[in-house]
Write a protein that binds this ligand. Structure first.
Ligand code: GLN
Length: 462
């Protein structure tokens, strides 16, 4: 596997054709996908047509910034004419009638959309095991779960089945599988990336974001999909989207923070790797390291889950089986059923105040804690998932499963950005995800620290 930047250069300089690049991936998908189960649906015919067009543009010198790169899309994002099943029987035959805004942007930049990736059903999960089309395998650690819910997107990158992938992150669904599969993943600031055409899990927390084997790849996909949309008034207008530049430039002098409340709930072995990453970054870039406190962050799950249940309950009311698909309650698996049931219960007037409104209050308190912390530092470095992935087939109770998200959920509650880079390099089973959390709209800083860390590794991709 070569780095995304080098691949892009080869395509631009005519050393590699888009069609050739696509064929290589289609071949690998044919060989490996059955085992990994990363893609639910692949569209070789449509992708080949697109690649042919891109090759013409590459020759004319008019191709966009994703020219010829092969991209997998999580199955909760609409791609016109492709399936969007959310890995649920509910939508097993659903074909998207239009493109999500992020997909329109990818097409404009000449990315090649190869297919739809597997996921936890309706993005409810952290292991990649709950989809109707079967569990996803971790290509880096066979026999172990690959994490979720953007399981197939992470596994497709880790198995070398595409260059880039889109995922969605409501409480960690990009960062958790990126960490387990030793690749890079980014959850953007809430409101930076359009959500039109995303089949929501929880609209007030969720963002579409990129996965790639390297930081440059995530920065490239981010700068292609982020930014204001005429069709969606809630998207933040952020003029400076030059993320690839930041991912490659020496980070400005910065202050890193560690946070005991996040570290102390983490497996010792994972915590050790994160703390050595902090030391490496600090000494290489002469950064200051401070300790910050995030009061109540250990209660993040108690804020997150009631909010998710209520918003998910509301989002699923349209899946009543009348106009298309199956009625969700009749077709879904146990986790989705549990969330609908609890969301319905919490939404009732007499209990709303007790759970939902308290959850919103706690969310506010956690956001304020981050605000205060970012007055003292530029980035908070922490682990991504508190424990290593479990073996496929081991059964976890729901609370154990929810506990995987303890370290990723706080960023969604606060609406800040967070990126994950593998501690010991991509594809390396010894890696754990180093989570770099920065304040709202501080993606540039985040990418420069992520790229800066990657450059310190001897085994980085080139
Ligand atoms: N695992 C978390 C949940 O089940 C996060 C899911 C997500 O980010 N989509 O809600």
């Amino acid at each position: 596997v070569i780095a995304v930047k080098e691949k892009s250069r080869q395509l631009r300089d005519g050393e590699l054709e888009a069609e050739e690049n696509l064929e290589t991936f289609l071949e690998r998908i044919k060989l490996d996908n059955e085992r990994v189960n990363a893609f639910i649906d692949v569209y070789p015919g449509i992708a080949r047509e697109a690649a042919k067009e891109v090759d013409k543009k590459l020759e004319e010198g008019t191709a966009g910034r994703l020219a010829g790169l092969v991209i997998g899309v999580k199955s909760n994002i609409c791609v016109n004419g492709y399936s969007a099943t959310c890995s649920s029987k509910t939508l097993e035959n659903f074909i998207s009638p239009y493109d999500a805004e992020v997909i329109r942007r990818i097409r404009k930049e000449d990315g090649i959309l190869v297919g739809m990736t597997n996921m936890d059903e309706f993005a409810c999960g952290s292991s990649g095991e709950t989809g109707y089309f079967g569990r996803v395998l971790n290509p880096i650690r066979p026999n172990y779960i690959c994490g979720g819910s953007s399981a197939g997107s992470a596994a497709a990158i880790a198995a070398g089945l595409c260059d880039l992938a889109l995922g969605s992150d409501t409480g960690g669904s990009i960062r958790n599988p990126a960490s387990h599969c030793s690749i890079v993943g980014v959850k953007p600031t809430y409101g930076l990336v359009p959500r039109e055409g995303l089949i929501d899990l929880a609209m007030s927390l969720e963002q579409i974001g990129p996965l790639s084997a390297d930081t440059y790849g995530t920065a490239l996909l981010m700068e292609s999909i982020a930014g204001p949309s005429e069709r969606e008034c809630t998207v933040i207008d952020k003029p400076n989207l030059n993320y690839t530049k930041y991912s490659e430039s020496e980070p400005d002098r910065f202050t890193l923070a560690t946070c005991k409340q996040l570290d102390q709930i983490t497996d010792r072995n994972i915590e050790r790797k994160v703390s050595s990453a902090v030391d490496r970054l600090a000494s290489a870039y002469n950064a200051d390291v401070v300790e910050v406190s995030l009061p109540n962050v250990e209660n993040a799950l108690s804020a997150y889950y009631p909010i998710v249940f209520v918003e998910f309950f509301s989002a699923t009311r349209k899946f009543d089986g009348r106009r298309y698909g199956h009625k969700i309650e009749d077709a879904c698996g146990p986790e989705v059923g549990r969330r609908i049931y609890l969301g319905g219960h919490i939404s009732q007037k007499e209990v709303r105040g007790k759970y939902y409104e308290s959850a919103l209050k706690l969310r506010g308190v956690i956001s304020e804690a981050y605000e205060a912390a970012f007055k003292k530092c530029d980035a908070i470095i922490s682990p991504t998932v508190p424990k290593p992935p479990h073996k496929i087939g081991d059964s976890l109770d729901p609370l154990e499963m929810y506990a995987y998200d303890m370290l990723t959920i706080p960023a969604n509650l606060a609406g800040i950005c967070a990126g994950v880079v593998p501690s010991n390099g991509s594809y390396n089973p010894d890696s754990v995800g180093i989570q770099i959390q920065c304040n709202r709209l501080q993606e540039s800083k985040m990418f420069s620290i992520m790229g800066g860390y990657e450059r310190l590794l001897d085994n980085r991709l080139c």
